[in-house]
Ligand binder design. Structure first.
Ligand code: NAD
Length: 455
């Protein structure tokens, strides 16, 4: 039994039955039997079901957002934004799936034809995170279903009700129950799912869990994709409009209460603008409304996981002990929920955990640098490689810096942004494989190479 607690109050929301080894095995067997018929349906039928999902998300966005906000503490305006923007991702996948699946003839002569066709992977284990359950879920299950796979979807234990709601919506939209099945529970249940003979694993979560999953499935040599955490840096150069950059960037570490895989986690600011930037940045952070995630004006809600509060306290204590200074925040907010003050530290360096390990909360360290070269060296000094950004007036300067940094996504004068048209991928400890873009549709297929000789 899983106890779902409201992170804003600590109160029990409800208890939910979890899956067992036997129920997971049954779900796998049902999915395996149902998948070929789903793949054999005309693409137009699979597409119609996903278009219907988009319409249902739009019609019910308010109640779905309320559920998301209740169980993981996302401020309601941000929860609504996520549910509604998931429709844009579905639209992208629906628009491009036919071209992504189309057979290609690469060479054709009188005696030999060379072609590629694409086949679904089969039954996919989709083990997901709680921080953007609609976005990270849909990045996987929408293209997976469109391309003819069956999906066993394990939502995070911190977004269970949302996971169950997604299943109901997909069934109502016309996806057969056996083709999309939720698997409910925490990490042990995720591990049970990996005991089944699934054809592929698509995981979104932390590096620590991703590594365990990679080790577990390695002997099976199946398709494995890992979308993991980050320690994403941004460099603010000496030519920026300081106030505009600070205002724009303040969202990066704090949106979704800092619980984004691509949250800005490290800031490097050129010494020529450091003091002015920090002053404008902190002034902006001090305007954030912290409180009840149900209120439309709330910008910072509770952390989804209580345990993360002590991770943040330890990172801050470590930084202060090594010489950093706190300009605002730094503590939990007393009371029942998992609230943590938005916190800004300066005087930080790479001996401190706060500049090295994912914080995943409303906390940011700002380090002063003397030039672009020092910024590049520090941005590179990480095992992660999800995103990096540069704020400068000069596009060429930004591109030069970003080309030298090993990340899947590069931002000029923006941050914490994802587009369905562009591939989303991490390097190093941020993962392997990709979602989104046309390549993120093909990721759910395997090519078959045809050598066809007429005589
Ligand atoms: P997590 O690793 O704790 O859990 C992720 C999922 O794995 C959950 O469903 C969990 O129940 C399951 N799990 C845990 N142990 C397992 C095991 N041994 N076997 C199988 N499944 C297991 O991560 P989280 O707290 O849910 O999410 C936060 C992390 O996810 C952060 O590091 C964040 O950066 C990352 N993230 C990355 C992306 C991306 O696109 N790169 C997107 C969202 C979140």
């Amino acid at each position: 039994m899983l106890e779902l607690l409201n992170p804003a109050s600590g109160e029990l929301i409800q208890r939910v039955e979890t899956d067992t080894q036997a129920s997971v095995a049954q779900k796998f067997s049902d999915a395996k039997s149902a998948q070929p018929a789903w793949a054999a349906r005309p693409l137009t039928e699979r597409t119609a079901a996903l278009v219907k999902l988009r319409d249902l998300l739009s019609e019910r966005s308010e109640s779905l957002a309320a559920t998301l906000s209740l169980e993981m503490g996302k401020p309601i305006s941000q929860a609504l934004g996520e549910v509604r923007a998931t429709g844009d991702r579905i639209d992208f996948f629906v628009e491009h799936v036919a071209a992504a699946l189309a057979a290609e003839t690469l060479a054709e002569s009188a005696s030999m034809v060379e072609r590629i066709t694409r086949e679904p992977l089969g039954v996919i284990a989709n083990i997901s995170a709680w921080n953007y359950p609609y976005f990270v879920g849909a990045n996987v299950f929408v293209p997976a279903l469109l391309t003819g796979n069956a999906v066993l979807y394990k939502p995070s234990e911190f977004a269970t009700l949302t996971g169950l709601a997604i299943a109901e919506l997909l069934w109502e939209a016309g996806v057969p129950r056996e083709v999309f099945q939720p698997v409910v529970g925490a990490g042990e249940v995720g591990s049970l799912l990996l005991d089944e003979a699934v054809d592929a694993v698509f995981f979104t979560g932390s590096y620590a869990t991703g590594k365990k999953i990679a080790e577990k499935v390695a002997p099976r040599l199946i398709h494995l994709q890992l979308e993991l955490g980050g320690k994403d840096p941004v460099y603010v150069a000496d030519d920026v409009d300081v106030v505009a950059a600070a205002q724009n960037l303040a969202d990066g570490p704090f949106y979704n209460s800092g619980q984004s895989c691509c949250a800005v986690e490290r800031l490097y600011v050129h010494e020529a603008v450091f003091d002015a930037f920090v002053e404008a940045f902190v002034a902006r952070v001090k305007t954030f409304n912290i409180g009840d995630p149900r209120h439309a004006e709330t910008y910072i809600g509770p952390l989804a996981r209580k345990d993360q509060m002590s991770v943040l306290e330890l990172q801050i204590a470590d930084a202060l002990q090594k010489g950093a200074s706190l300009l605002c925040g730094g503590k939990t907010i007393g009371g029942k929920g998992n609230f943590f003050q938005p916190s800004v530290l300066v005087g930080v360096d790479h001996s401190m955990e706060i500049m090295r390990e994912e914080s995943f909360g409303p906390v940011i360290g700002i380090q002063c640098v003397e030039d672009d070269a020092e910024a590049v060296a520090l941005m590179q000094d990480t095992p992660y490689g999800l995103t990096a950004g540069v704020y400068t007036k000069e596009r060429a300067r930004a591109e030069r810096i970003l080309e030298s940094i090993s990340v899947g996504t590069a931002y000029w004068n923006c941050c914490d942004r994802v587009s369905p048209r562009l591939p989303w991928s991490g390097r190093g400890h941020s993962g392997v494989g990709l979602t989104l873009s046309v390549e993120g549709i093909r990721a759910f297929t395997r090519p078959k190479a045809w050598h066809l000789r007429s005589s």
